[in-house]
Design a protein around this ligand. Structure first.
Ligand code: COA
Length: 175
């Protein structure tokens, strides 16, 4: 059985865990990190932005909706298993390409059911924010993510092309 995950907002106490999480991805040859670390430069500025975003003091103009990054910690040992960004609103960029939930699982903890659990937690959080349906998307060539979304019961709607030509597959979930 997959151990339980809990969602927490990033704090100063998570610096070592985040740096280790990033290092593990780099060591695995993964340089594009999903779930809220895409533009990470240093911990202090990343944390500051996360905290202002959670407090509603700052919005990323890319989406222009209330949004926030959460750490998925394994409850039994506090290990950082994954990251998730929730986008709690409908802007053109959210609805066409990025969806309401973005997430990633650290390489050493994949294929254990954590992404499925994290997706369920994210959909529930969207529900608590008043949403009745949730969009989750993936790149056309991300077979793992597409398989995850289909297995979780996502309803495929269509494929849309980003301005740079990248194709995005869009899946809807009822809350
Ligand atoms: C995609 C990702 C989140 C899946 O995380 P995970 O914890 O391994 O997923 P789960 O263990 O919950 O897998 C659920 C199902 O998804 C499918 N799946 C997951 N990884 C897969 C893979 N590498 N190949 C094929 N199917 C896969 C399987 O159907 C799996 O069920 P099964 O293990 O019973 O066969 C993870 O590979 C990841 O973080 N990738 C990099 C970031 C990313 O792509 N994020 C998503 C962006 S939209």
């Amino acid at each position: 059985m997959t151990d339980s995950l809990i969602l927490v907002q990033p704090g100063p106490e998570h610096e070592a865990a985040i740096l280790d999480y990033i290092a593990e991805h780099k060591a695995a040859g993964e340089h594009k990190l999903n779930g809220g670390l895409g533009d990470f430069v240093d911990y202090a500025s990343w944390l500051d932005r996360c905290q202002r975003e959670h407090a509603g003091l700052w919005r990323d103009p890319e989406w222009d909706v209330p949004s926030g990054v959460f750490l998925a910690l394994r409850e039994c040992d506090n290990r950082l298993i994954g990251l998730m960004r929730l986008r709690l609103g409908d802007s053109p960029k959210v609805l066409d390409f990025d969806g309401h939930i973005g997430s990633g699982i650290r390489p050493s903890e994949r294929r254990k059911g954590y992404a499925s659990q994290l997706l369920a937690l994210g959909i529930a959080a969207c529900g608590r924010a008043g949403m009745t349906r949730v969009l989750v998307t993936c790149d056309h060539d991300n077979a793992a993510s597409e398989a995850l979304l289909r297995k979780a019961g996502g309803r495929f709607e269509d494929t849309r092309m980003e301005p740079d030509g990248n194709l995005i597959h869009r899946f809807w979930f009822e809350v």
